[in-house]
Design a protein around this ligand. Structure first.
Ligand code: GDP
Ligand code: CA
Length: 329
């Protein structure tokens, strides 16, 4: 199949969590020329400290994917991984609920070392990206601690990785808390990347725990709202491709559907991409004042990531700059 043509002279800033974010970001990096015209602002609400290491799961998934070092079947960690360290953890009776491969461990050790030397997460990420040959700009949303807390029926408040990995997303979700957000700042680099962008792309990431934490940082939503903003549904035919987004919608009393994802971002979207199987929802999305594109959104290969990214940018560039107004005009 012919690869999609390249988009030149268009500056794109994407907002991303882990696996869904990484897949579309990797498509965008393949079709934007030069790839450095793409900036990916990544959720750091999942970051935590484990066995003395500072771990940034979503940044790692995005960076490993962009560098071609990721494990596409798990969506986290590195390909061609070895597991000697985890074996030692188990032998010693240390907490083994979070899997850290030997190659992956080096990333966490290096990040921890640089942060303890006084570097910011933004600079550490830049250095790692340089080392891995990533041309796109990858930015953490904040250099401050911004932990996501999941409030659950069975266990009360859980740190995000406790909910996601230790409890395998099984507890029933009541809500989310973002205690760091009262004092945390989006980085100047992230805000600037939004201001500089021609198009903002909301990747098909989890709305509740991947993109809301970015959009809720002071100044981000306002900056995004001044731009053309294209989102993509992580929900296809009422289900998630991976992860707990649909389960969260249901537990919070909202029907998991591409329409409800569009409604979630209603005030900021100019366009929304849904899967072909959901094209009966397009009228409802248009009714929210959002243009809608229905296409195949399952990114099962790097080629499909690039094709979908090209379709997203074609759709974005065809849109007029003015936002639709539903204010009774
Ligand atoms: P996490 O931080 O690893 O949970 O990753 P994200 O929040 O970035 O992405 C999780 C979401 O990505 C899930 O809700 C998935 O349904 C969605 N997702 C994963 N792969 C695809 C895909 O190929 N297409 C679409 N449309 N969504 C996807
Ligand atoms: Ca995540």
């Amino acid at each position: 199949m012919k690869p999609p043509s390249k988009f030149r002279a268009v500056k794109v800033t994407a907002l991303a969590g882990g696996v869904g974010g990484a897949r579309l970001a990797n498509g965008l990096a393949q079709v934007i020329e030069p790839p450095s015209a793409l900036t990916v602002i990544v959720n750091t609400g999942d970051d935590f400290e484990h066995l003395g290491m500072k771990i940034s799961p979503d940044l790692d998934t995005v960076c490993y994917t962009l560098a071609g070092l990721g494990n596409p079947s798990t969506g986290w960690g590195r390909k061609d991984e070895t597991w000697e360290f985890m074996q030692q953890i188990r032998n010693q009776g240390l907490p083994d609920w979070f899997n850290i491969g030997d190659k992956d461990r080096l990333t966490h050790l290096e990040r921890t070392r640089q942060l303890e030397n006084g570097e910011t997460l933004t600079r550490v990420t830049r250095a790692l990206c340089h080392q891995w040959g990533i041309e796109a700009v990858v930015l953490p949303m904040s250099d401050d601690p911004v932990p996501t807390i999941v409030d659950t029926v069975e266990f009360g408040k859980l740190g995000f990785q406790e909910y996601f990995v230790q409890h395998r997303c099984e507890p029933t979700v009541k809500g989310f808390e973002f205690p760091g957000h009262t004092i945390a700042h989006a980085t100047g680099e992230a805000i600037q990347a939004i201001h500089n962008a021609d198009v903002i792309v909301l990747c098909p990431s989890n709305p509740w725990v991947s993109l809301d934490p970015i959009l809720m940082l002071a100044g981000v939503r306002e900056a995004v709202m001044a731009k053309k903003v294209i989102g993509m549904s992580p929900i296809i035919a009422g289900k998630t491709v991976k992860g707990p987004a649909a389960k969260m919608y249901a537990e919070l009393g909202v029907l998991p559907s591409a329409l409800n994802v569009a409604a979630h971002y209603q005030d900021i979207l100019t366009g929304f991409v849904i899967d072909t199987v959901d094209d009966d929802l397009a009228d409802g999305i248009n009714g929210l004042g959002i243009s809608c594109l229905a296409t195949d959104t399952l990114m099962t290969s790097t080629e499909k990531q690039a094709e979908l990214a090209a379709a997203v940018l074609d759709f974005a560039l065809k849109q007029k700059d003015e936002r639709k107004c539903l204010c009774g005009a």
